[in-house]
Design a protein. Sequence first.
Length: 305
Amino acid sequence: MNDQERSAAPRVGVVGLGAMGLGMARSLRSAGYDVGVHDLRAEVAAEFAREGGAAFPTPGELAAAVDVLIGVVVNAAQVEAVLFGEDGAARRLRPGAVFVMCSTVDPAWSAELGDRLAESGVLYLDAPISGGAARAAAGELTMMTSGPAVAYALAGPVLDAMSATVYRLGESAGLGSKVKVVNQLLAGVHIAAAAEAMALGIRAGVPAEALYEVITHSAGNSWMFENRMAHVLAGDYTPLSAVDIFVKDLGIVLDSARPERFPLPLAATAHQMFLQASASGLGGEDDSAVIKIFPGIDLPKPMEG
């Protein structure tokens, strides 16, 4: 981005500097944007400021300084706090500014949020994300978005700077979240199935490394098997996406289908598996730790050194 482009570019804010949000903020800075941030962990925001960004003590103060505000928090309750809590962002965003909501939430709630923001003239993009922390840092996310053309006119280049692909699914808020619900159904079921298959093979006496090698080169492979069962082989359950994330996300999947009386037997079973893992004290571990619910298997241990 040259000096003329920088002067014409929207000012961007990111609320929520977890594994995804911090990477997104950094990728935006790498693309040449002036980026302000807010996080409840002031030290994380301060570190970003030392890298060349700007830290703000509240969502409201950040909102007042930007044209595009991106929310990368965990759930709808946290989005509510960011926008409508004490010194929240909603009343400080100028008319015509854009709020980009990247959390996984109920699609009906997302649609309602768009209506609430429109009352004060704030534009809204429903924009859930997929790709993980590494792709967030590289600016290679997949974004499932919906919203009015005028919001894309301002925020579209910002989305492009964070993403490998931005899907524009329509003008209605909630469409992006509906697609994310389907994605999370598949992701959760695939992780649960991968864990079940790996556990069965280990219990049957197949060396875990050999099982992984064969399956990742066979028709039964999936992206989630290849990615998450590598964590199991390493004995490393450091959370990149935690068990409790899928307790939440699969709960949203089931809740969104219930008004339609639409059966989701595989999603319900996977949800129970993640609930069991969480109830066993594994909620904060990597979601691959769902394999630990299976009895009598000798899982690989972390490598020393």
